[in-house]
Design a protein around this ligand. Structure first.
Ligand code: NAP
Length: 347
């Protein structure tokens, strides 16, 4: 019979955890003197992980390896087998698993999949008094809606954003961001720290972890698109890939500094060129034109470069060549001018 049958009250959860650890406690050499202390430190909140895809399996593995009573569930049950072999528990159905846990980690493809799991009659009433940690990637709006629905079920909610790939989970450098209930975060923090050493609470507004995730990924995609564009140029011009890799790394500190400078200047609206300007808009555009030229001469796909060219030209028209690169920032904060310029460029 699944242990979760005993978990409707906190007293029963305690019994549940004791069952898990009784053999360990019995084996303790100074059992009498230390047993109460040992019980307190060893007993851990039972958790479940809903979703045993790449990321879910990695999260569950870290929890099991840290001795957490961990239940797992996946739509395709076979994916739970390796986790069960490692020491995770798997219920006969989703309800068993949710009932067993105090902390429910949800890590499925998207919020539609998450809704299909949680918002069903047999599951929703089981959430009361528990904490749902939603690690599925979603937009800030989806996270806010989720927080509101979970709250209405009488459960605490944490919106989480995993800034790492599965191989980083459980490592000190793995960053995971959380927003939502501070109480829930503080209660769950010891468990959350198992998943990533760089665990950060970004505030009590649900959706802000997802918003920060989106902001950081925007930067990543810019870099990834840029890397492939650079690769196309390098290949077209006969540069060895090893040379490109080495010089990308050598250039990285300069790029990182420019990136932070652009953010700081945008935040304080310092758009005009000044003594602190690293390179004027005119200097940037002069170099950028070489990229346009190579694409043209070598027949490389110009779509990405042309989109950047459009932004450069608007900023130059509005702010002049001596402006700082940060003067491009307003372009990204939609207004009427952008649409007009985009239309002109397309025409
Ligand atoms: N992988 C990464 O590097 C990474 C990094 C950060 C965040 N994330 C986020 O983590 C989440 C999971 O990603 P992943 O890499 O683990 O993906 P994955 O390996 O493709 O796994 C997807 C999971 O979602 C489940 N699923 C899909 N549709 C479902 C539905 N309708 N009902 C129930 N379960 C459903 C799958 O179940 P089945 O096994 O039955 O198909 C599987 O457990 C995503 O939101 C992703 O954006 C991933």
């Amino acid at each position: 019979m699944p242990i979760c049958l005993f978990t409707r009250t906190s007293r029963c959860v305690l019994l549940n955890a004791e069952r898990f650890y009784t053999p360990l406690l019995r084996a303790h050499p100074n059992r009498k003197r230390h047993s109460r202390q040992a019980r307190r430190s060893i007993m851990k909140q039972p958790v479940c992980v809903l979703g045993a895809g790449r990321m879910g399996s990695s999260l569950a593995t870290a929890l099991v390896n840290n001795g957490h009573p961990t239940w797992v569930w996946n739509r395709t049950p076979e994916k739970c087998a390796p986790l069960v072999a490692m020491g995770a528990k798997s219920g006969t159905n989703l309800q068993d698993v949710v009932r067993a846990a105090e902390i429910i980690f949800v890590i499925v493809l998207d919020f539609a999949a998450s809704n299909a799991l949680l918002k069903r009659d047999g599951v929703a009433p089981l959430l009361k008094g528990k904490t749902v940690v939603q690690l599925t990637s979603g937009s800030p709006r989806l996270a806010r809606e989720d927080a509101s629905w979970i709250g209405a079920q009488g459960a605490e909610y944490l919106d989480g954003a995993i800034m790492a790939t599965p191989d980083f989970i459980g490592r000190p450098e793995a960053a995971i961001l959380y927003s939502g209930s501070r109480t829930a975060y503080e209660t769950c923090e010891p468990v959350l720290r198992i998943l990533g050493g760089q665990t950060t609470y970004v505030g009590n507004v649900p959706g802000q972890a997802s918003a920060l995730d989106t902001a950081l990924l925007a930067q990543m995609w810019g870099s990834l698109f840029g890397a492939l564009q650079g690769m196309a140029v390098a290949q077209a011009e006969g540069i060895e890939v090893e040379t490109l890799r080495a010089q990308l790394l050598a250039f990285k500190p300069v790029v990182d500094a420019a990136l932070l400078d652009a953010i700081d200047r945008s935040a304080s609206c310092r758009f005009a060129g000044d003594d602190g300007t690293l390179a004027s808009l005119g200097a940037h555009y002069s170099a950028f034109r070489h990229l346009l030229e190579v694409c043209d001469e070598r027949g490389l796909e110009p779509a990405f470069v042309r989109a950047m060219d459009r932004v450069f030209r608007e900023a130059l028209a509005q702010n002049g060549a001596s402006a700082d690169f940060a003067s491009l920032a307003p372009w990204f904060q939609r207004d009427g001018t952008i649409a007009e310029v985009a239309e002109q460029a397309d025409g």
